[in-house]
Write a protein that binds this ligand. Structure first.
Ligand SMILES: [Zn+2]
Length: 615
């Protein structure tokens, strides 16, 4: 494992619960075709059958590798690329359905950069020793994988060098993770003619025909400079280079579904070297995660029937309403914000949509054919379903019933274009949430998460979207400046945090999450205080006051131990700060925390003149 925390542990408990469901489904070999039980039982069963998976070796990939090899010209190569997109190997760019930021009731075709194997661009371009080492290790890894796939020594070494060269140029043309957080940086609506002009050698007519897309569909190109680089490579590189690139990307995407030698090498690089994991997870857990990943709403339906009772949903809705009310009061009382902006902020808050537990309407998998015979065929069936399910939304009005996470997921999210906060059943378990726990515990753990997701609607990114989900400024100039200054305080605070000497958080990268945590803790605490009004004061527990219990709950749920290798990747590419700073960062800004623990001025957990407050 690469981390331990009480939160992580609760996610593992869910996998234990899922295992029971999947084992039962897999043991029942007589479920009628097309039923949820048959689908997840056969998929999970085929994954567990390691003997069969190993006996197949890399045979499942052979027809694909041959097809790539057989491409005689650019047109044929691009046709293979489009076929790889059908099975979710969406390189070097990905076309998906996404909400139109200027007309958020509609879904457009969004073209994003997706051609790198390493976590982000600095790994290709950085001159620090750790990046140089990562590149050397990557070359070794691609070489090993290519040899496992049948290449000779020289061929494998050449493939590795070619892939790294191509990806390095793609990295140069890519935005870094902090820039990618700015919605304006990826907002480039284009017509089909403009797309063709941007990248004239990609044969978009053929591609759109393959994807069953009309040419007049609304389009967005996230990174035009990146797409131009792809085009340049299509135009100038030998066909042989592209074949090596596509074969590698296919191998990379498929490795975890193939025989043990591929699984082990994939783990040695991505798990062990990049993230510091010491051993591969047990097979059942990999298979459970794979099932959740591809058929999450089938598995999730079974999961919530057993583990998410209606009273949990009702209690969660009550907590959310109380914290939304706290945000309402908070906006009204902000000393720095003018009346005009306040009105707009309240309008945005009023349109917040809330989803709890699981979707009202489940995805229909009844036409997805999965059998016990071949794990890879099940993977392909699931991936094709996912891709088609997504592409089928393009050009249509947005379906607000869809979920971006599966019900067993131990996480939550906010979507600015839908202006909605979503809490899957998987996060609504102890120690985050328990219908029988005290309010101090619930508000201190899941309450802060709720406040965090609400605050995302008003962080440096979310605040750029209006109450209808459109990317449109609703701030007065004066208030926007004050808001940015307040954000800058938080960015500076996190710039100061480091995981090892010289390796600091990037305040701009983690700003949204950190504004979320700071606002979340404040709002949840306010709502908690309000919930105690007019009632007898709750008892102390182990000598801790209710207020102290609230903050302890956040620390216990959010704090974690993460391997240093994973921390290094996170600091580089993850908009979430390390757990320790997600606890100490926001709480040291809160006067309520100082008061609860009677901290003296000058204590490490008390920021003074440099105290930050956004919401
Ligand atoms: Zn967040």
């Amino acid at each position: 494992m690469v981390r331990w925390s009480r939160r992580w542990r609760s996610g593992e408990t869910i996998k234990d619960d899922i295992k029971v469901i999947l084992d039962e489904a897999a043991q029942n070999t007589s479920s009628p075709k097309g039923t949820t039980g048959q689908l997840i039982g056969d998929y999970y069963g085929s994954c567990l059958d390691v003997a069969k998976v190993n006996a197949a070796g890399m045979k499942p990939l052979a027809p694909w590798l041959e097809e790539i090899d057989a491409a005689k010209d650019t047109a044929a190569l691009l046709r293979v690329m489009a076929r790889l997109h059908d099975i979710g190997v969406t390189v070097p760019f990905a076309l998906t359905g996404a909400q139109d930021p200027h007309e958020p009731t509609m879904i457009l075709a969004d073209i994003g950069a997706n051609g790198l194997s390493l976590p982000e661009r600095d790994y290709y371009l950085g001159s620090e020793a750790r990046f140089k080492e990562a590149r050397a290790k990557f070359l070794e890894h691609v070489t090993k994988m290519s040899k496992l796939a049948g290449a000779d020594d020289a061929g494998a070494a050449l493939a590795a060098k070619t892939v790294l060269d191509m990806e390095t140029h793609l990295a140069e043309a890519s935005l870094d993770p902090a820039s990618l957080r700015d919605p304006k940086a990826t907002d480039h609506k284009a017509s089909f003619a403009q797309l063709e002009a941007m990248a004239p050698h990609i044969r978009w007519s053929d591609y759109f025909e393959h994807m069953h897309l009309a040419k007049d569909v609304a389009l967005n190109v996230q990174e035009p400079r990146y797409l131009a680089e792809v085009d340049r490579q299509v135009q100038t590189l030998p066909l042989a280079d592209w074949k090596m690139y596509l074969q590698w990307q296919l191998l990379n995407a498929a490795a975890s579904y193939l025989s043990s030698n591929f699984v082990d090498e994939d783990f040695a690089f991505n798990g062990k070297y990049l993230n510091g994991a010491t051993e591969l997870k047990p097979r059942w857990k990999l298979c459970a995660e794979s099932t959740d990943n591809l058929f999450g709403e089938a598995l999730g339906k079974e999961y919530v029937e057993r583990h998410f009772p209606p009273e949990a949903k009702a209690k969660m809705k009550e907590l959310i309403q109380n914290i939304l009310a706290a945000m309402h009061d908070d906006i009204l009382s902000l000393p720095w914000m003018g009346e005009e902006t306040k009105k707009r902020a309240l309008a945005k808050l009023a349109t917040f949509n809330v989803k709890v537990g699981y979707p009202d309407k489940w995805k229909d998998y009844s036409n997805v054919a999965v059998t016990r015979d071949s794990y890879w065929d099940g993977v392909l069936a699931g991936r094709r379903f996912e891709v088609e399910d997504n592409l089928s939304t393009i050009g249509k009005p947005v379906d607000r019933g869809r979920w971006g996470m599966t019900p067993p997921t131990s996480n939550a999210y906010y979507t600015p274009l839908l202006n909605e906060i979503v809490f899957p059943a998987g996060i609504l378990v102890p120690p985050a949430f328990d219908v029988h726990a005290s309010d101090a515990m619930n508000y201190g753990a899941i309450g802060v998460v709720i406040g965090h997701e609400i605050s995302h609607g008003f962080d440096d990114e979310g605040a750029q979207y209006d109450e209808l989900g459109a990317l449109k400024n609703w701030w007065t100039d004066d208030d926007l400046k004050k808001f940015k200054d307040r954000g800058a305080c938080v960015a500076k605070q996190f710039d100061g945090y480091f995981i090892e000497p010289g390796l600091h958080h990037n305040g701009k990268l983690v700003l949204g999450e950190s504004i979320g945590d700071l606002g979340g803790a404040k709002l949840a605490f306010k709502a908690f205080q309000k919930s105690m009004e007019g009632k007898p004061r709750p008892a102390n527990v182990d000598g801790f006051t209710p207020e102290q219990q609230f903050f302890i709950a956040w620390g216990q749920w959010r704090g974690d131990a993460v391997r240093i290798e994973t921390q290094r990747v996170m600091v580089q590419s993850d908009p979430h700060p390390i757990g320790k700073f997600r606890v100490n960062g926001p709480l040291s800004n809160l006067p309520e925390f100082q008061k609860a623990f009677s901290c003296k001025a000058g204590s490490a957990m008390v920021r003074a003149e440099d105290r930050c407050e956004v919401w």
